[in-house]
Design a protein around this ligand. Structure first.
Ligand code: GAR
Length: 194
């Protein structure tokens, strides 16, 4: 059983999908042992608490350039094997990437290589997709390396754009039809193959 650490920055609906997938047995090769937020007071922390999972808040405000080293220290202390970025909106760097090479995975709300890289996160991704006028978007789960959204792709799922979509409507459809489904499946795949 691999120990999973989930990194979050916001509402945590992808964290919830992981918690639910563990309960329902979709994730059976790993267990979420801790949740780390780089933002105080976010709802993802409440979700962790509700599920009885311990959590920590490690912020850039407090740790500055040492943020990733602090997160690494904490993950090692908790003996985390696999790190999942579930709506974690800071860029990881340094030793953390080296020590967890091929063991950090991220969910991104587009079909990479479209609408990804620095500056593309959250609603901005969906704004860009609508602005471009693409008819199909989706979500991607990939390994994290030093290139933003540039690591090896693990899983993708396409989602159709519909007439009248706003960034908010599209974000919700991509979450419901793609993110919440492929993130747990990809986590199980990575844990089972490790
Ligand atoms: C999700 O749509 C996730 O794909 C996106 O942020 C949202 C977080 O929602 N992540 C990125 O844009 C990463 N570049 P959540 O907190 O409800 O899971």
């Amino acid at each position: 059983m691999k120990k999973i650490g989930v990194l979050v920055s916001g509402g945590g609906t992808n964290l919830q999908a992981l918690i639910d997938a563990e309960k329902s047995g979709i994730i059976k090769s790993g267990k979420i042992v801790t949740v780390v937020s780089n933002k105080e007071g976010v709802y993802a922390l409440q979700r962790a608490k509700n599920a009885g999972i311990e959590s920590a808040v490690i912020t850039r405000k407090e740790h500055g350039a040492a943020l990733c080293d602090k997160i690494l220290e904490y993950l090692k202390e908790k003996q985390v094997d696999v790190v999942v970025l579930a709506g974690f909106l800071a860029i990881l760097e340094g030793k953390l990437l080296e020590e967890y090479k091929d063991r950090i995975i991220n969910i991104h709300p587009s079909l990479i290589p479209s609408f990804c890289g620095d500056g593309f996160y959250g609603l901005k991704v969906h704004e860009a997709a609508l602005e471009k006028g693409v008819k199909v978007t989706g979500a991607t789960v990939h390994f994290v390396n030093e290139i933003t959204d540039g690591g090896k792709i693990i899983m993708q799922k396409a989602v159709y754009i519909e007439d009248g979509d706003t960034p908010e409507i599209l974000q919700k459809r991509v979450m419901e039809q793609a993110e919440w489904e492929i993130l747990p499946l990809a986590v199980e795949k990575v844990c089972s193959e490790l």
